[in-house]
Design a protein around this ligand. Structure first.
Ligand SMILES: [Zn+2]
Ligand SMILES: [Zn+2]
Length: 370
């Protein structure tokens, strides 16, 4: 860390003491508990490249850098919940626009001026960035900075909580929204009840801290929204998709009380053993409602996945045997060509896929390959 401080001092021309006062140490005990150099620091992810592992923890605002007389990195650009520059209303940049490498400041040393990509020497002050004009983003970002500065945050029913716990809960909620098998359902539910389209194009990665600023911004917007009236909105979302405490709490010892208590006290564990009688009455209810007792219909009624459903459910008509009723999905093919291909295929008594395969083989000369 000391060599980094010295490096930054040389790099930015700032007084050594001044930088020492403004290292990550100031967030110790507020943003993260103990930094033994091994564990992951919530909201302060690593930056750079370690063999094949890329970490995108260092962000920059290209406009700030372009304006700087002596370009330097702002400490807050390292915070995972920062996604946009408040001064310039642009998204932060966390990877080289030219070669997609993460910012790796320690290795960029050899470049003479400005902040440049360690690999291709791209000058980051030239990076183009989309505008961020979403007021909510700046409001939430400002709020989180205030929590960090003051050392506590307001957490709905639980009142004032220590910043460390506040950020830990935020990271748990963020993680639930970003990855795992419930993330999509949660996002859809929140977007629907908020009346806006669900965030799209969020890659399914486990290292959620490596999501780019745009993805983090959209997920943080949701996560902060859930923190606002803790735990009510959060519990509402969990109930809507039938989440139970065991889905939400993996490690009780590492779970802050305000999360643990809200979840354990308000969400019921579903009945795991489903008797034949309950199944029979679910089937009866479905039929009484004039619906077929398909798997989805029964699941909707019982809200617990159980083998009993598969034993009692009628086969769904949506699942036709292979080759029947399947639609042909090929982006970029015009509707009239699709229609013509379907017609030609049915004329030849073939399913569309097989027919297209044959036709393309003819055109590309791959006739004899298969
Ligand atoms: Zn800026
Ligand atoms: Zn590059």
């Amino acid at each position: 860390c000391e060599s980094l401080i010295e490096f930054l001092s040389q790099r930015t021309g700032t007084d050594l003491k001044c930088i020492e006062d403004s290292t990550f140490m100031r967030w110790s005990g507020l943003l993260y508990g103990e930094d033994d150099g091994r564990g992951k620091l919530h909201w302060l992810p690593p930056a750079g490249r370690e063999r094949t592992t890329c970490s995108f923890g260092q962000q920059i605002c290209p406009v700030c850098l372009a304006e700087d007389e002596m370009p330097y990195l702002r400490l807050e650009w390292r915070l995972g919940f920062m996604t946009a520059c408040e001064r310039h209303c642009v998204s932060l940049v966390d990877r080289c626009p030219n070669c997609a490498e993460p910012l790796y400041i320690l290795h960029a040393q050899r470049n003479s001026s400005g902040v440049r990509c360690w690999k291709c020497s791209f000058d980051y002050s030239h990076a183009e960035q989309g505008e961020v004009l979403d007021l909510q983003t700046f409001r939430q970002q400002g709020h989180l900075k205030k929590v960090l500065a003051e050392g506590w945050g307001e957490l709905g029913e639980y009142g004032h909580v220590h910043a460390l716990l506040y950020f830990r809960i935020l990271s748990m909620v963020f993680r639930l929204l970003a990855t795992g098998r419930f993330s999509l359902a949660m996002r859809l539910h929140i977007a629907r009840s908020g009346g806006y389209p669900p965030p799209s194009g969020i890659p399914r990665i486990k290292e959620v801290e490596n999501l780019n600023p745009r993805c983090r911004r959209e997920l943080l917007r949701m996560a902060c929204g859930l923190m606002e009236d803790w735990p009510h909105r959060f519990l509402g979302v969990c109930r809507s998709i039938s989440l139970a405490p065991r889905h939400l709490i993996r490690d009780p010892a590492a779970t802050p009380f305000a999360f643990w208590d809200a979840v354990r006290g308000n969400l019921a564990e579903p009945i795991r053993v489903m008797g034949a009688e309950e199944m029979a009455s679910a089937c009866w209810v479905a039929q009484k409602r004039g619906k077929r007792k398909t798997r989805n219909e029964l699941l909707e009624l019982i809200r617990v996945k159980t083998k009993q459903i598969d034993l009692h459910a009628d086969p769904s008509t949506q699942h036709l045997p292979y080759g029947e009723g399947r639609y042909w999905k090929l982006d970029g093919v015009s509707p009239e060509i699709r229609r013509a291909a379907k017609l030609a295929a049915s004329r030849e008594g073939e399913n569309v896929g097989a027919w297209v395969d044959k036709a393309l083989r003819k055109v590309t000369g791959y006739l004899n390959v298969k």
